[in-house]
Design a protein around this ligand. Structure first.
Ligand code: HXC
Length: 291
């Protein structure tokens, strides 16, 4: 894995050999350079993976190449033992204005169905490490869906969330109808999906879509701070906590409680659980080893 200094932060570019050595890792664009995203490690301890969508002329429209690169970067961060949380962000103007309409314009049903169009986007929701979306500007269509695949959404004051696919003669296809409904409830989700109307940052927070709203220029650093807070805990236990919360979206209450109990019991097989409780009793700060 090659690491280059870029300004004050580290630019992480996985080497072809390192990527090839990992299971289920796709190679990125040629020359081992990311074309559509900027990838760094941030935070005082460089333990927060940072992905910035970087296609400004198209308002970060999520073309296939961009999403392949996001998958590559997530694979690399997942395999990086130092990284405890990941932040995905865009620009001040746009988190992402959706899937790339120009790329989709002439696609046929046959191509979409046979090629399982957009199935690789799912990588964002299968990462074990916690992922924070820092959303400034437009988060529309696939952009809103990408944010909702993340575990926490922080919104900048000027953020706008929407599922305008209906205006293009299609419907959300990367979880929008499901995740938005679970996040904001049926009435608002229906209204947004059926009219294409957007909601602003405050509405997103009130409805439970976003957990915090920050001034535009503070958003990214606050998201990184949240990532640092998460990364200070045991990565192993954080993954279990994430799995348990995600269970609430998939399972009945009884099944979800059973999953939670199993995971809770499992923490007692870890050194970090022992360390956490021992540190409390000894009135010192816990030092987790992710074991
Ligand atoms: C491709 C896009 C794009 C998109 C913007 N652009 N959104 N290109 N796909 N989704 C391009 C424009 O074509 C233009 O480039 C440039 O970005 C700037 O956009 P403008 O429209 O000139 O900017 P503005 O007037 O400020 O309007 C901003 C906007 C508008 C409101 C965000 O661009 C817009 O409505 N975009 C589409 C939003 C949308 O419908 N999203 C859902 C997509 S479908 P050029 O070179 O042409 O000037 C989707 C399906 C998901 O996401 C299904 C599963 C993933």
């Amino acid at each position: 894995m090659a690491v280059f200094l870029k300004g004050a932060s580290l630019l992480l570019v996985p080497s072809r050999r390192a990527l090839a050595a990992l299971p289920a890792v796709r190679l990125c664009s040629s020359g081992d350079q990311y074309k559509y995203i900027v990838v760094e490690k941030r935070g005082e301890k460089n333990n927060v993976g940072f992905i910035q969508l970087n296609r400004p002329k198209a308002l970060n429209a999520l073309c296939d190449g961009l999403m392949v690169e996001v998958g590559c970067a997530l694979d690399a961060f997942e395999a990086d033992g130092d990284v405890g949380a990941i932040v995905i962000t865009g620009s001040d103007r746009a988190f992402a204005a959706g899937a790339d309409i120009k790329e989709m314009q002439n696609r046929t049903f046959q191509e979409c169905y046979s090629g399982n169009f957009l199935s690789h986007w799912n990588r964002v929701s299968t990462v074990k490490k916690p992922v924070i979306a820092a959303v400034n500007g437009f988060a529309l269509g696939g952009g809103c869906e990408l944010a909702m695949m993340c575990d926490i959404i922080y919104a900048g004051e000027k953020a706008q969330f929407g599922q305008p696919e209906i205006l293009l003669g299609t419907i959300p296809g990367a979880g929008g109808t499901q995740r938005l409904t679970r996040a904001v409830g049926k009435s608002l989700a229906m209204e947004m999906v059926l009219t294409g109307d957007r909601i602003d940052a405050q509405q997103a927070k009130q409805s439970g879509l976003a957990s915090k709203v920050y001034p535009v220029d503070q958003l990214v650093s606050e998201a990184v701070k949240c990532g640092e807070k998460i990364a200070a805990n045991s990565k192993l236990i954080s993954a279990m906590a994430k799995e348990a919360v995600n269970g609430a979206f998939e399972l009945s209450l009884a099944e979800g409680n059973r999953l939670e109990k199993r995971l809770f019991h499992s923490t007692f097989a870890t050194e970090d659980r022992k360390e956490g409780m021992t540190a409390f009793v000894e009135k010192r700060k816990a030092s987790f080893k992710d074991q």
